[in-house]
Write a protein that binds this ligand. Structure first.
Ligand SMILES: C[S@@+](CC[C@H](N)C(=O)[O-])C[C@H]1O[C@@H](n2cnc3c(N)ncnc32)[C@H](O)[C@@H]1O
Ligand SMILES: [Zn+2]
Length: 265
């Protein structure tokens, strides 16, 4: 992995056997699954990212291909851009990073704050390389990434701007207006559409905003629950409303991904 920085002293890390080391002697072992944890004890505090249950549930759901339309849309954008390096920011359990490596020859790196997400990502044995890190302090050199992808995750525009090369791309995805509309209609009497925003990001220009829209049918109650758990609604819905959705054996719902393509000036 090129351009990886020591989280302690910010000098470059180099691979040496089963570890990454910097010139000041800081050393980070590579886990048996192949990832490296670059969160240092003192800085991690209570920050852990998504837990084991969320990680497993996300993997189980994505591995069934329900969101392949987003993976396809990303691969299409990447084939237009032709980057040499792709960084998957808050990559989760590595589904999209794997999809990109299967279709493209670019170097793909992914990181997430959650060790469990990264463990699952590394276990996919794709050509992508993974590390545990906080997006508020990305251990990657300035101006070193051609294209960063950022899917359904918190934002840290200052760090995204720093690591992306001038002229490089930031592809940021959030739920589109109709995303999971039928799921929301099963939960709530009066569902609302998601707001679609393309905020101004200093140092970037918005090149394009597109929606990738399709329908998926879930025929397994466990899949409905897994999808529900991936949404914020799971944590803000009454037990009574939850029960309405979880009693269904089948659900056809819209998946609407709002994809914004920014270019660094
Ligand atoms: C909704 S999940 C999306 C995961 C993946 N991008 C996907 O679409 O499958 C959000 C991810 O952001 C990670 N995350 C949250 N805060 C983070 C931070 N400060 N730095 C890095 N990752 C973070 C969580 O651990 C979780 O894996
Ligand atoms: Zn160091």
């Amino acid at each position: 992995m090129k351009k990886l920085l020591c989280p302690v002293c910010k000098s470059e890390l180099h691979r040496s056997g089963n570890s990454f080391r910097c010139q000041s002697g800081h050393c980070f072992d590579i886990a048996k699954e192949g990832y490296v944890n670059l969160i240092t004890g003192s800085k991690s505090g209570n920050l852990t990212g998504d837990n084991k249950d969320m990680a497993r549930s996300r993997k189980a759901f994505l591995d069934k291909g329900y969101f392949h339309s987003l993976a396809d849309a990303l691969c299409k954008i990447i084939s237009d851009i032709q980057p040499e390096t792709v960084l998957d920011i808050c990559c989760g359990e590595g589904y999209y990073a794997q999809a990109i490596t299967q279709k493209h020859n670019c170097a793909v790196y992914g990181f997430d704050l959650s060790k469990e997400m990264i463990r699952l990502a590394a276990k996919r044995k794709s050509k992508a390389e993974f590390f545990v890190a906080n997006m508020a302090d990305i251990p990657i050199a300035d101006n070193s990434i051609d294209c960063a992808i950022h899917l359904f995750a918190p934002f840290c525009e200052k760090e995204f701007l720093r690591v992306i090369k001038p002229g490089g791309y930031l592809i940021s995805v959030c739920p589109g207006a109709k995303h999971l509309w039928e799921m929301k209609a099963a939960l709530y009497e009066k569902p609302y559409e998601n707001e679609e925003n393309s905020p101004d990001l200093p140092g970037f220009s918005l090149e394009k905003a597109i929606n990738a829209v399709s329908y998926i049918t879930l025929t397994d109650n466990n899949d409905i629950e897994s999808l529900f758990k991936m949404t914020p609604y799971y944590y803000h819905t009454s037990a009574q409303d939850k029960a309405k959705l979880l009693s269904l054996d089948k659900l056809t719902t819209c998946v609407d991904f709002y994809i914004r393509i920014y270019r660094k000036d």
